[in-house]
Design a protein around this ligand. Structure first.
Ligand SMILES: Nc1ncnc2c1ncn2[C@@H]1O[C@H](COP(=O)(O)OP(=O)(O)OP(=O)(O)O)[C@@H](O)[C@H]1O
Ligand SMILES: [Mg+2]
Length: 375
């Protein structure tokens, strides 16, 4: 079965559109051992981009190791994920992985488990604890392996902001940076979607990872690149969408990658032969219905001042919230209250603060939904 639009999981092959410039750039970074930090809002396409670059690198001397640490709660959770991913991805077969464990982590007896589906991956639990290995030994593992095998390893860590949430996080970060900065055969691509946490880890002078690598914000795919992609999908399904409607899809969702595909799919379902006002409106309605329970959850328990703050943002105000004119539109309370509102909405990942201190709603679809429900 062919899917015309994909959302909710990373995309590959012909489902990956554009990003030529970003792909080239990241590929060069990987090939030349540069450390990279990649930040973007949720579902913009980080994982897809890193996978794409991995697939494009054919040099056998470069190995790309990808891992996701969203569920690592402690330092040693992380070391177990870190070591297992490196050992797996630098070997071709399970037997070889086990040999590598014997060679590089002699004090361990790993457990292997297979999932019920045939051909699927095995998982390996190494059992690294403070009793058998120090953090430094594990953090230096990729360098030891890379030297021994005569390769360069690029380690890509997804949802890296999780490190900042661990108990005693600052010491962990110091240990990591302390070991990693001396490695010459390993480079890192650290990425994540919680912008305020990522920014704090990498752009705060007092933090260990300050200026660890080049920081890139992954921007949205342009309308110009989306339009032919959307049109070709409709064509494949023997339907027609004009460039105007395809652009409108992008505009409605602020070019947010996952939402572009979700809205396009909903409109496709509502369309017979050709997209028109009615099928567009129905598709949009269907998508909002899919999103609204999540949006309601996001605003659950917000105070009326916090709601007012979002109302101001939806009215196009991005700064100077305490001014008389704005307070008359939607009151927010005292100055210190405004600061508290900002902080709490940033923590809830509803808004983000730009370098110039202006505040914006993160999610363009949320913005439209909120406007229609509460303004
Ligand atoms: N290059 C692309 N071409 C087409 N669609 C894309 C592209 N990148 C992302 N998307 C769309 O965005 C969705 C999310 O992509 P992906 O999982 O790579 O994003 P992410 O930033 O890693 O998300 P998360 O924040 O959940 O980790 C995909 O399912 C797809 O609909
Ligand atoms: Mg991802």
């Amino acid at each position: 079965m062919e899917k015309h639009f994909i959302y909710g999981m990373s995309v590959e092959g012909e489902n990956f559109t554009d990003r030529t410039r970003e792909t080239q750039r990241l590929k060069k970074d990987f090939e030349h051992g540069m450390n990279v930090i990649l930040i973007s809002p949720r579902r913009m396409g980080k994982t897809s981009l890193v996978k794409k670059v991995k697939a494009e690198i054919s040099d056998p001397h470069i190995r790309i190791v990808m891992m996701d640490i969203y569920d690592c709660r402690s330092e040693y959770d992380f070391y177990n994920r870190f070591a297992a991913s490196i050992l797996k991805e630098t070997s071709n077969k399970m037997e070889q992985t086990l040999e590598n464990v014997k060679k590089f982590l002699v004090r361990l007896t790993p457990k292997i488990s297979f999932s019920p589906e045939p051909l699927s991956e095995y998982s390996m639990s190494l059992g690294i604890t403070p009793e058998n290995y120090t953090p430094e030994e594990i953090l230096n593992l990729p360098e030891v392996i890379a030297k021994e095998k005569g390769i360069h390893i690029v380690i890509c860590i997804d949802e890296f902001q999780q490190i900042g949430e661990m108990p005693d996080s600052l010491s962990i970060q110091k240990r990591m940076r302390g070991v990693w900065q001396h490695q010459t055969h390993v480079s890192y691509c650290l990425y994540g979607s919680k912008k305020h946490l990522m920014t704090n880890l990498f752009q705060n002078k007092r933090m260990p990872f300050y200026q660890f690598g080049e920081t890139n914000e992954l921007s949205a795919i342009s309308t110009q690149d989306w339009v032919p992609f959307i049109q070709s999908r409709f064509e494949k399904n023997s339907q027609f969408i004009s460039a105007d409607y395809a652009s409108r899809i992008c505009e409605y969702v602020g070019n947010h990658s996952s939402y572009v595909q979700q809205l396009a799919w909903n409109i496709m379902v509502e369309t017979d032969k050709e997209v028109n006002e009615e099928s567009f409106a129905n598709g949009w309605k269907a998508m909002l219905a899919q999103c609204c329970s999540y949006f309601r959850e996001q605003i659950r328990g917000l105070s009326s001042y916090q709601m007012n703050f979002i109302r101001l943002l939806c009215s196009g105000i991005t700064s100077d919230f305490g001014s008389k004119a704005h307070q008359e539109m939607f009151p927010l309370g005292s100055k210190s209250n405004i600061t508290r509102i900002k902080t709490s909405l940033i923590e809830r990942e509803i808004v983000e603060q730009e370098a110039d201190n202006s505040i914006h709603l993160i999610n363009p679809v949320f913005q439209r939904w909120f406007t229609s429900e509460y303004l």
